[in-house]
Design a protein. Sequence first.
Length: 237
Amino acid sequence: MIAGTVTTSSVDIAAHMANLGFDFLWVEMEHSPITLETLRNMVLATRGLPAQTFARVPVNEIWTAKRVLDAGVSGVIFPFTSTPELAQQAAAACHYPPLGRRGSGAGLARLSWPDPGRYPDSADENVTVIVIIEEARAVERIDEIAATPGVDAMFIGTSDLSFSLGLRGDQNDPLLHEAIAKVVAAGKRHGKVVGRPAGTPEQVKEYVRQGFRLFQAPTDMGFMAAGVKRYLEGVGT
């Protein structure tokens, strides 16, 4: 699965990206100024298009998940899920009782959901829960996190994990590679999809060989910059 990352507050860009072949949109609400109102408009604009709309919330809390779910997203991505308790909280935030702790009030979500007549059951069955592993302490308890019921995937935030390991963002240090391998192994043991960022098609192919199945592609702005650079180099400016 490959996610196209949306960082600009543009409904047009979200709708265009949802039609380009990505499996889902990663709407970035932790590291960009995208608001709930804009997210809701993106959900409406992408309704019926091939890519589903997921949101990365700013913090792992019940209420942050509730708000994006009630806006109609199909998946929630939780940053800094560094303990089994936070993994359990993420899963609970995305499921109604008795499975979890999601509050009842998804009026807006029903209007754009493909199965509105049975929204609570359908949401419990289909909303994707992704937790991000980006601290050394998460790796230390990765088996417990991976074993959490209701968590569908673990995504490794390789840059933040590098910083947490004292490597200042270095992506080539053996210590980081060792930590990443531990997460992949735990995902395999517990039947969880494991993902990571992938900037190029070559990286995707290499990471698939390593056991990854979920990838965050570059951002909308990154793709635009790369396209502009190729164009201008082609005309010799």
